[in-house]
Ligand binder design. Structure first.
Ligand code: ZN
Length: 378
């Protein structure tokens, strides 16, 4: 009887709290953007890839992808890919990860604690993919709609005990092995200490747009557009992500040593941010934009023939579910159960040589280990 009463009391307390958290949203009249249909010529090939593009949709679970799929009249480049797996995302400290711990796992092959950027549980630096492959002559790049110091991009070049150490993360840019970064923002860069800016400008050609003629001559390039140009789609961001994904792949191919290849990380950062806000329309527009970037990566992989593209997520955000819609009208409705991350495994899609290595269920750190093995840098 006592147990029954406790349960009843728990339910009475829990229900209103949970009810407050449930937030619905909808979008209608989305203009279909189509999708890129791959040639599949290199898909699943047994010869090892020369180049690897890892695409992280921050906060992008199956429901986020599905929201874009239904809004886009049941079509996405994602949905044209055949090699599909799942990724578990638990961190070394928490059942539910944050972007820093998951970013570090994807970047290094090692689990760490939430908030850690490129350091282990004892705060020792963990080498990331760009650092591990650089001595093998393989170059790297990072493209993101987040600020460059965001937890996910930072995991691919920095080592700090806490993701909030903005100045310290930027101060690591000059010494990192990246050949290219494209990220937010001009304003954030200008707010850094003079010494950091000077050191970065000594190592990288810094531009605010790909239209800058200096891009063509740069051997190491930093693209830092305005905050609006890397902000939410709803607030006026253009095609920054697809354009810079296409540009970065070509830039890195042009600058890579013969037979050595490159590694590129592309992040769709604002899917997570839209889901934290439980803004469903923004969530859908960010997924559609990320899918355009995926199309550019797959198109490059088809042209190149030796590029593997891996698309996954660091975690799901918002506990999103999809519950109604009308794809022919670009309409879909969703519901979030929370404003934070969830621990549900996230989908992974792979395309190109050795895409088959990524099917099944794997930890986020295993994805990095497979990448390093394929690049011959285990
Ligand atoms: Zn988040």
């Amino acid at each position: 009887m006592k147990k029954f009463l406790t349960l009843l009391l728990a339910a009475a307390v829990a229900l209103p709290l949970n009810a407050q958290r449930i937030k619905t949203g909808s979008i209608e009249g989305v203009q279909p953007q189509g999708s890129y249909m791959p040639t599949y010529k290199s898909d699943g090939a047994k010869k090892k890839p020369l180049n690897i593009i890892l695409m992280i949709g921050d906060g992008t679970g199956l429901a986020q992808i599905a929201s874009g799929y239904f809004a886009n009249n049941e079509e996405l480049t994602y949905a044209n890919l055949k090699y599909i797996g799942l990724v578990t995302t638990k961190s070394a400290s928490n059942f539910t990860t944050d972007s820093a711990a998951s970013g570090t796992a994807f970047a290094s092959g090692q689990k760490t604690y939430n908030y850690a950027v490129g350091v282990d549980l004892d705060h020792n630096p963990i080498p990331n993919i760009p650092e591990i492959i650089a001595p093998h002559g393989i170059i790297s790049g990072v493209v993101t709609t987040d600020d460059l110091d965001g937890a996910t991009p930072a995991s691919f070049f920095a080592h700090q005990n806490d993701r909030g150490m903005t100045n310290e993360i930027w101060a690591e840019v000059p010494g990192c092995p990246l050949s290219l970064f494209a990220a937010g923002s001009k304003e954030v860069f200008e707010a850094r200490p003079d010494s950091t800016r000077k050191a970065i400008e000594e190592q990288f050609t810094i531009v605010n747009s790909l239209d800058d003629p200096r891009c063509a001559e740069a051997s190491r390039l930093g693209v830092l557009p305005t905050a609006v140009e890397t902000g939410f789609k709803l607030d006026g961001r253009g095609d920054f992500l697809p354009e810079n994904t296409a540009y970065a792949a070509r830039f890195l191919k042009k600058h890579s040593k013969k037979g050595k290849g490159f590694f590129l990380m592309v992040e769709g950062a604002r899917i997570d941010k839209a889901c934290h806000l439980n803004k469903f329309d923004s969530n859908v527009l960010e997924v559609l934009d990320f899918d355009k970037a995926i199309a550019e990566a797959i198109r490059f992989a088809d042209e190149d023939g030796r590029t593997l593209v891996i698309i996954s997520a660091d975690h799901e955000t918002g506990g999103l579910d999809i519950w109604d819609g009308d794809p022919s009208k670009g309409k879909v409705e969703g519901v979030y159960i929370r404003s934070g991350h969830t621990a549900i495994p996230v989908p992974l899609f792979a395309y190109g040589p050795h895409a088959q290595d990524f099917i099944g269920v794997q930890g986020n750190e295993e994805v990095a280990r497979k990448i390093l093995k394929l690049l011959g840098c285990k």
